[in-house]
Design a protein around this ligand. Structure first.
Ligand code: SF4
Length: 282
């Protein structure tokens, strides 16, 4: 049965927040505890609209999932994205700029149809919110772009779309950990480990696959538990350290960071209490 749902949730740890803390604890504090809004970015507007086109495509019956149908849906998917994210409006000064972005979306959709044939795939879920609890009580959550079911043996394949560049092999650990995270979520929530998980890099027309094994699930669960313990310690001490490095160049919080002469705001107590519920107490 196909599933598609976005539901209200209790506090959880997502893979992107786990990764953010590992990259820089203070950055996690500023985005998750202080909740300082990040300025809208064009690559996020682009990625969100592309995901919308593909989500809509897989909502269609299989024979109707054609290249033409996907291209025809772009204006509507773009409008929907803008309605859902009014903050993206400030990225565009003219209607021509919006047209230009839709042109880029068309190019990516053209490339997508060179690597997959949606009318052949049995879809078992799209934009699916999955929640689970680790063996140490950490509530985790993820949105899975698509799940395919093999009609022959019922096995599952998790697919996540990427609009950025595929990392070089020596930098693929984060990408693979994201796949392990999804595999753990499905194993715990649905009692079925996907036979395959993969990131589809749409612009590059490349696929990064991982067939998760027991050691992948064990390793990522350990990483989640250890990382959450470190976040809990920082929350309890009301202190998140900085980790200055090359990624600071793209950090939207430099003005609040002491490494760049900024002043870090105090953490709201109610937010700390809220986040400390991520580990179940029972
Ligand atoms: S500028 Fe660098 S050190 Fe400061 S919060 Fe951002 S990532 Fe961390």
């Amino acid at each position: 049965m196909e599933e598609s749902a976005k539901t209200v949730h209790n506090p959880t740890l997502s893979y992107s927040r786990l990764k953010e803390f590992k990259q820089c604890p203070l950055r996690y504090q500023l985005s998750m505890v202080n909740r300082i809004p990040q300025p809208p970015q064009m690559h996020l507007a682009f990625g969100t609209a592309v995901h919308q086109v593909l989500e809509n495509l897989y909502a269609l019956p299989r024979p109707e999932r054609t290249h033409e149908a996907a291209l025809a849906d772009i204006p509507e998917a773009f409008r929907f994205t803008m309605d859902e994210h009014p903050e993206y409006e400030e990225l565009f000064e003219t209607e021509a700029e919006k047209e230009e972005l839709q042109g880029r979306i068309r190019t990516v959709i053209d490339k997508y149809f060179l690597i997959e044939n949606p009318s052949l795939l049995i879809n078992a879920g799209r934009e699916l919110e999955v929640q689970a609890v680790t063996d140490e009580g950490v509530n985790i959550r993820g949105f899975i772009d698509r799940i395919d079911r093999n009609p022959n043996d019922g096995s599952l394949r998790v697919v996540d779309y990427k609009t950025g560049k595929m990392p070089r092999p020596q930098y693929q650990q984060d990408a693979l950990d994201q796949l392990r995270f999804y595999a753990l979520l499905l194993t715990k929530a649905k009692k079925q480990t996907p036979a395959r998980t993969q990131l589809v890099y749409l612009e590059a027309q490349q696929i990064l696959p991982l067939d998760p094994q027991g050691h992948d699930l064990y390793g990522i669960e350990k990483t989640i538990n250890q990382t959450w313990t470190r976040i809990e310690e920082a929350l309890n001490k009301r202190y998140f350290t900085t980790r200055k490095g090359p990624l600071c160049t793209w950090c939207p919080f430099q003005e609040y960071c002491p490494e760049f002469g900024g002043k870090t705001p105090e953490m709201p107590e109610d937010r700390i209490e809220y986040l400390l519920q991520i580990r179940s107490q029972d």
